[in-house]
Design a protein around this ligand. Structure first.
Ligand code: DGY
Length: 322
């Protein structure tokens, strides 16, 4: 019997592709850049499965172009690139890859906290450019983490993993906002759930870990930055549109806040001419939070399991619209 056609929107680790290839006839997009929307629509025409990435907008027009589509397996934990109501209305399950990128993402949030607070990219660039003239008693002075207050916005798996690092490693006090109470964080980390205004006013470090949805879009704007302390280091490893970047640039330029560390931006990639790159107190990484060998392999494994389960009518490892 012929295997079902599946379009894979970019080459993902072989670990996942080899599993998928036992159950499906794979058409793997070979380019570095994602397929354009019209190419994606064309590619899925005869497909029963689609492996999408966070760079692929999978909307109703893509689903309508694929009348046989039975499963969308997203190679990411975030699914804001997929129109969930449209898929649900068409009874198409959407798989994602939660859990396995928790530690790698918390590591990058930690890295950005340290790099931004200690002015690492700015001072390294100065050294390389010959601006390191002598040991500077007053130069490149940063902030310390020890004993300070960390405000976590969205105390899910990743927020908790960062809070654990900061509490046990740096003795930080943890406060957080969340849709629901988190007794395990309260107990293990002596963390405390607070209102957003208290978090903004009390934190020395703010790290964002919420999903992107209609309620979190633009969550951090001028009003929020105005409430923060002037030594705050702001970190975002969730999704770019959660932050109003014009307001962030203004807060950094005017030193309303001390520094920012971003692994996500809006758009991605952020154009090299964007103002945020010109600000020495802004550290920007190109969305690398999950970019480690074990994490990407684990994401590929779950992505393959979800695809195969969707094609064979089994229970998926992780489905966002069961
Ligand atoms: C995800 O899986 O949502 C991450 O942003 C990828 O790094």
């Amino acid at each position: 019997m012929a295997l079902p056609h599946v379009f894979v929107a970019r080459r993902i680790p072989d670990f996942g592709l080899e599993k998928m290839a036992k159950y499906a006839d794979l058409d793997i997009w070979p380019e570095q850049l994602p397929p354009a929307p019209e190419v994606l629509r064309q590619k899925v025409k005869n497909c029963e499965g689609l492996v999408s990435l966070l760079t692929d907008r999978v909307d109703a027009s893509v689903m309508d172009a694929a009348p046989k589509l039975r499963i969308i397996s997203n190679f990411a934990v975030g699914v804001n690139n997929v129109d969930i109501p449209a898929a649900t209305a068409r009874k198409i399950p959407i798989g994602n890859t939660p859990g396995v990128l928790t530690e790698a993402t918390a590591d990058i949030a930690m890295t950005l906290m340290l790099a931004a607070s200690r002015r690492l990219t700015e001072s390294c660039e100065d050294a390389k450019a010959g601006r390191w003239k002598t040991w500077e008693p007053l130069g490149w002075i940063g902030q310390e983490l020890q004993g300070r207050t960390l405000g976590i916005v969205g105390m899910g798996r990743i927020g908790h993993a960062l809070a654990r690092r900061c509490h046990f490693g740096w003795g930080m006090k943890v406060i957080y906002t969340s849709r629901s109470p988190k007794p395990e964080s309260d107990q293990e980390l002596q963390a405390r759930q607070v209102q957003m205004s208290e978090l903004l006013q009390e934190s020395d470090f703010v790290s964002v870990h919420c999903d992107l949805n209609e309620t979190t879009k633009g969550l951090f704007g001028a009003e929020q930055f105005a409430q923060m302390r002037s030594h705050v280091v702001f970190v975002n490893t969730s999704r770019g549109p959660v932050v109003d970047q014009t307001a962030l640039a203004q807060a950094l330029r005017s030193q309303k806040i001390f520094a920012a560390g971003l692994d996500v931006t809006d758009p991605e990639p952020l154009p090299p001419t964007h103002e945020l790159y010109s600000l020495s107190n802004c550290v920007i990484a190109p969305h690398i939070a999950s970019a480690t060998v074990p994490t990407r392999n684990a994401m590929a494994r779950i992505c393959a399991e979800n695809l195969i389960a969707g094609l064979t009518g089994q229970k998926m490892t992780s489905c966002v619209n069961p």
